[in-house]
Ligand binder design. Structure first.
Ligand code: GLV
Ligand code: MG
Length: 325
């Protein structure tokens, strides 16, 4: 283990993250009663320019009047390149900061973007005598943000999670796709011909690199890596496949852009009973190995060693976090 200890951001369940437009009070009321672990009320891309001011008022009202207990509540502010942003931060924190857990910052490009928001939040919280520190959810969705991810991940002690914003990332990198998330038939390779000359098409996951990079930077800074949206909300199987590949890489959750995706995400990002049972068996086997003075033993015909304890503990800790919710 390195001498450098990675401080963990405050633990929060983040299996499902529901996106709710701030322009729609009815959706916000429904969101407060939903099973989502995290809800973000949106002032950015789901709100048309003419509706921004009213959406800000709606969100302040929703934060103050609705019961958000049992969830993490966040507000996605507008980007730092817009004139909406400063009022989003000032009005929302001044008028409802006590009831807000996190701010979601879109299109983060540099560590200075995070620093600027940290400074603003600190001033407003101090002035309003808000004791708790509002956390940051950072959306990585531009080529610049991806390039500077290492510094961004470490830019503030308010950082709680990194999110992969696949739609804006596709636009920023000029990727040849117009869907929101999901695979692309053009991102594929052909196998060599078999003895009959037949070839198979193997689809790749064109989002593997950014998600894998985000997971590394998030974990190196004690943050939660979260996979972003999947636009085709009528394709439950497609959503499940995207969620499972993100979970397998280490992501803790995925956005739900439709209520139907909430329970799916909660289920897919929770360890199964079988996984938890196996993790307990590994811990028991390693406990016995320790007593026997061994560093590694076989379990079900496979090698397990001291690293296996840490993997099993991740699973058991996650299960305990979910059970305690
Ligand atoms: C989310 O904001 C995205 O651009 O995918
Ligand atoms: Mg976006």
């Amino acid at each position: 283990m390195s001498f450098h200890i990675v401080e963990q951001a405050p633990a929060r369940l983040n299996r499902s993250e529901l996106a709710v437009p701030g322009s729609n009070p009815t959706f916000m009321e429904k969101a407060a009663k939903s099973n989502a672990d995290v809800v973000f009320l949106d002032l950015e891309d789901a709100v048309a320019p003419d509706d921004k001011v009213q959406a800000r008022k709606n969100i302040i009202e929703a934060l103050n009047d609705l019961d958000w207990s049992g969830k993490t509540i966040s507000v996605r502010i507008n980007g730092l390149d817009t004139h909406y942003m400063y009022r989003d931060v000032v009005d929302v924190i001044e008028q409802a900061g006590q009831n807000l857990d996190m701010i979601m910052i879109p299109k983060v490009g540099t560590a200075s973007d995070v620093y600027a928001l940290d400074m603003m939040c600190t001033q407003i919280e101090d002035n309003m005598k808000i004791e708790k520190r509002i956390g940051f959810e950072l959306i990585i969705e531009t080529a610049l943000g991806m390039q500077n991810l290492t510094e961004i991940g470490a830019a503030s002690s308010r950082n709680g999670s990194l999110h992969f914003g696949v739609a804006d990332y596709a636009a920023s990198t000029k990727a040849r796709t117009t869907v929101i998330g999901g695979p692309n038939a053009d991102y594929a390779v052909l196998t060599d011909p078999d003895s009959d000359g037949n070839r198979d098409v193997h689809w790749g996951d064109m989002w593997h690199y950014p998600i894998a990079k985000m997971v590394v930077v998030a974990r190196a800074n004690g943050l939660r890596p979260i996979d972003g949206p999947f636009g085709d909300f009528s394709d439950a199987d497609g959503y499940a496949a995207q969620a499972m590949r993100a979970s397998t890489l280490g992501c803790e959750g995925k956005w739900a852009i439709h209520p139907s995706q909430i329970d799916q995400a909660n289920d897919l990002f929770s360890p199964s009973d079988e996984e938890i049972k196996k993790a307990h068996r590994i811990l028991e086997a390693m406990e016995q190995a320790k007593k026997d003075g061994l560093g590694a033993v076989a379990l079900d015909g496979r090698l397990i060693d001291i690293a296996s304890i840490k993997q099993a503990e991740v699973m058991v800790d996650k299960a305990a976090q979910i059970a305690g919710n």
